[in-house]
Design a protein. Structure first.
Length: 270
């Protein structure tokens, strides 16, 4: 067996170091990994944090990553694209268990329950690695207490980009904190745009032609500011176009200071 010493990195005054626990490659473009959670690290489900690796001189290369684990998890999971010559991901994709990475001390973000008013349907609309904060939220009991139905939509180019597609339901069924609520309240809707799949088309197409609202989703076939709350995370183009549809339906953007009908965050892109 080939044994490789873990890659250790120099201490940095602004960042803590944390060891990689596991890595899972979905395809040549996408991977998940988790690091140990430092005892002092606190966050709300849905937030993001800067992570990175040493760069030139003493300036690490840091990027914002949504945390895919719920707020009480013992590890911090992330979902990342692989960019062959990307300043961070070219090296990050090679990490192995035991290797260290940098982690900023303070997480932040708007894809949190606190930034939304209560409602009966919560739509989690993501493309690509924008799925990550929603993986955190669907494991959080608060989400099921505050919203009647939770609809998790993941739009991707290829079937193999559907990270956690098969494992998600099994993971939730094994999670004593949320399994009963998830079974009754959560609906997972993957959609693929560049390969054949049972659901195909962009999220904005599913909204426009009404497929987003089809059975088993309950309620009106359209967004209603009195009932619907939406979180958007993914590509800049998807967020722009989906937010325009939400605004046209009368939904207003919220923030931590001013909770509203929908919130958004761009996923890390390179
Ligand atoms: P498409 O294949 O039609 O471009 P990307 O990998 O480029 O971030 O895309 C991830 C997913 O987001 C793809 O399925 C892509 O569809 C979709 N997408 C890209 N632009 C938009 C948009 N403006 N609105 C909705 N979905 C989009």
């Amino acid at each position: 067996m080939h044994v490789r010493a873990p890659a250790l990195i120099p201490d940095h005054p602004s960042f803590q170091t944390a060891a990689v626990k596991w890595v899972r490659h979905w395809n040549e473009h996408l991977f998940s990994f988790a690091i140990e959670r430092p005892a002092s690290f606190r966050f709300r489900s849905g937030e993001f944090v800067m992570i990175g690796l040493p760069g030139e001189g003493d300036r690490p290369v840091m990027r914002a990553y949504s945390i895919a684990s719920p707020a009480w998890a013992e590890e911090l999971e992330f979902l990342s694209i692989k960019v062959p010559d990307g300043p961070l991901t070219a090296r990050l994709q090679a990490v192995r268990p035991g290797d260290q990475i940098y982690l900023a001390k303070k997480p932040t973000g708007t894809l949190v329950c606190d930034a939304l008013l209560g409602g009966s349907r919560l739509w989690l609309l993501s493309t690509g690695t924008g799925l990550a904060p929603f993986l955190s939220l669907v494991h959080d009991p608060e989400v099921y207490q505050r919203f009647g139905q939770v609809i998790l939509v993941h739009g991707v180019r290829r079937v193999s980009d559907l990270a956690w597609r098969h494992a998600l339901t099994a993971q939730l069924a094994d999670d004593p904190l949320v399994r009963d609520q998830a079974l009754l309240q959560l609906h997972y809707l993957p959609s693929v745009t560049r390969e054949p799949f049972h659901t195909s088309g962009r999220i904005t197409d599913l909204i426009a032609d009404g497929r987003l609202f089809a059975h088993p989703v309950r309620g009106t076939a359209g967004f209603d500011p009195a009932l619907d709350r939406v979180m958007l995370c993914g590509s800049t183009a998807m967020i722009r176009d989906a937010a325009a549809l939400l605004e046209a339906a009368g939904l207003a953007e919220g923030s931590n200071a001013n909770p509203g009908h929908y919130v958004l965050e761009r996923a890390f892109v390179g």
